[in-house]
Design a protein around this ligand. Structure first.
Ligand code: GLU
Length: 552
């Protein structure tokens, strides 16, 4: 076709497209950002509910843009209307809000580079396609589905590359008259790229995570616009990331194989190409088959993001965990830097795991426990209160009624080098501190007691009634109880007892254990004397009586 004919064809195909490329190029000028600022985007499709892998990807977009004083935007990629689910878009925006992953601009956030919903951008895509047609780089293709299927079969039998290219691209060189005739016959068509590539040539590209990658040049006449005039992912990606001035495309590595096409599109459009950052999916060792697989919302409870909200994993702790997936050196940095938070860490593409990261529940737990250990008792109280308001209203009431006590309990062993590490999620507070609230303790009634020893109840009653002084220092208290132990036939240290077990009934630790079991219902708890001080003598005695009545 001559250029004149191509111009005529473009008008016939897109009579309603009145603007040209320059119009949009002017409308979306370069961003005014500091040198080195990254512009990233999260481009979810509303085809399912958000899972941990999606959140990870959005988290990467956020941290890299934030640390480089760039921008992170949300673009909803709803070009595949057939797979869209009801409420899909609300789910995306709701999850981002719920997990404090806040784009600087984008769908539902506003901004100068919108619209950020691909279905609102059809006119833009068509403008650029119209231009490609004029340039002879795209053409309408009227091939029927059966025709394409037959070609595919033939290619499969002959073991050659599947697709529409070379001799298989039968509509590539139709004359204007032939196209007009097909249009008159109301034949459906798509717009295909007229690929200038040669698969015998090699291209090289450097991915920020995967390093140098080599591919044969793209030579397929890939579909750019579908029958309904909406773009394919590939075409929308190139147009949008160009006009929105994305500097770094951070996306799942399932797109690596499309890179040759994307690179070709950027070239023929004469757009500056963004950097690519392909991230591997989060994986898990399947408990049944033992093989490594992608996480699955169906099989893995924790893969859906609701899990984190319901279990009460703090958003900031989840961010810490996502940071450990983002950079392999993050966890160590965090554990070694008590006073720092995530914003102080410098993320780098070089520290991203090329092969992906397995979900590691123990690591998540550990990072959550560290997170809680660095919070004051009051902070833990307030956050837990917030969580229980919707997730455990009965406990919420109890927390409110026992506020001062609870804060005191939650503050035990918080100062010092090694703060207490027992809580990994808000829902653990009720479990771990059930002895802190009288009614819960009474209900539990020693069901959590993990000791099968019998204790000398009378001895403990005697101790509490006649020797226990709660108004002394921890050290004085311990010296006194050692004295009490010695006076009653117990060794003052475990060491002394071990040397000569026949001579003692036990050692001071056994007396402390007896008290601990009687007043907390378990053999392990935070500092015993601190617990006794908060409870006060009266409640201690009440609990010992309860123990006596329960045991006998
Ligand atoms: N809409 C694409 C997806 O959900 C996004 C890929 C990309 O970030 O480019 O897989």
């Amino acid at each position: 076709m001559s250029e004149k004919e191509r111009i005529e064809l473009a008008e016939i195909l897109f009579p309603n497209i009145k603007h040209d490329r320059a119009y949009y190029e002017n409308m979306y000028p370069e961003r005014n950002l500091p040198e080195g600022a990254m512009v990233t985007r999260y481009g979810p499709s509303p085809t399912g509910s958000v899972h941990l892998g999606n959140l990870f990807s959005a988290f990467c977009d956020m941290v890299y843009a934030r640390q480089s004083q760039g921008k992170f935007f949300l673009r909803i990629e709803d070009t595949d209307q057939k797979r869209a689910i009801e409420g899909g878009i609300d789910n995306i925006t709701g999850v981002l809000k719920g997990f404090d992953i806040t784009p600087n601009e984008g769908y539902s956030y506003g901004g100068e580079y919108g619209p950020y919903l691909q279905s609102d951008r059809t006119e833009i895509y068509q403008t650029y396609v119209k231009d490609l047609i004029v340039q002879g780089l795209a053409y309408p293709c009227f091939m029927k589905e059966e025709e394409i299927a037959t070609i595919r079969e033939e290619q499969e039998i002959n073991k050659i590359k599947i697709g529409i290219y070379g001799v298989y691209a039968v509509d590539r060189d139709l004359s204007l008259e032939e196209v007009k005739e097909k249009l008159n016959n109301k034949e459906d068509y798509v717009i295909r790229l007229k690929s200038p590539g040669n698969a015998k040539k090699e291209i090289e590209i450097t991915d920020c995570v995967k390093g140098k990658l080599k591919f044969p040049e793209h030579d397929m006449d890939t579909v750019l616009l579908k029958k309904d005039g909406t773009p394919t992912y590939h075409f929308a990606h190139v147009i949008d990331d160009h006009l929105m001035h994305t500097t770094h495309v951070i996306r799942g590595d399932e797109w690596v194989s499309s890179l040759p096409l994307h690179i070709q599109l950027f070239e023929i459009m004469q757009f500056k190409r963004p950097e690519y950052v392909h991230i591997a999916p989060i994986t898990i060792k399947d408990s049944e088959t033992g093989t490594i697989r992608k996480i699955s919302k169906r099989k893995d409870l924790w893969a859906g993001v609701k899990y984190y909200q319901e279990a009460g994993i703090p958003i900031d702790a989840l961010h810490l965990y996502l940071a450990t997936i983002t950079n392999t050196n993050f966890e160590e940095w965090y554990l070694n830097n008590k006073d720092k938070d995530i914003k102080d860490f410098e993320f780098s593409f070089a520290k991203m795991a090329i092969g992906g990261t397995s979900f590691d529940e123990a690591k998540l737990n550990n990072i959550c426990k560290t997170y809680f250990s660095r919070k004051s008792g009051r902070e833990v109280y307030n956050e837990t209160l917030d969580y229980t308001k919707t997730n455990d209203p009965d406990y919420y009431k109890l927390l409110e009624e026992n506020k001062e006590d609870m804060i005191k309990f939650l503050s035990i062993e918080k100062d010092g080098e090694r703060p207490r590490k027992d809580i990994a999620k808000y829902s653990d507070v009720k479990e771990e501190f059930s002895y802190a609230i009288d009614s819960l303790f009474e209900e539990e009634n020693y069901s959590k007691n993990d000791s099968d020893k019998t204790y000398d109840i009378n001895l403990i009653i005697d101790y509490v009634n006649n020797y226990l002084d709660l108004n002394v220092s921890n050290e004085e208290w311990f010296n006194k109880i050692k004295e009490f132990a010695t006076n009653n036939g117990y060794a003052s240290t475990p060491k002394k007892y071990k040397k000569d077990p026949d001579n003692f009934k036990g050692h001071v630790g056994d007396i402390c254990e007896a008290i601990r079991v009687m007043i907390t219902g378990r053999t392990k708890s935070p500092d015993l004397f601190s617990i006794m001080k908060i409870l006060g003598k009266e409640r201690i005695i009440k609990r010992i009586n309860l123990y006596q009545n329960t045991i006998s």
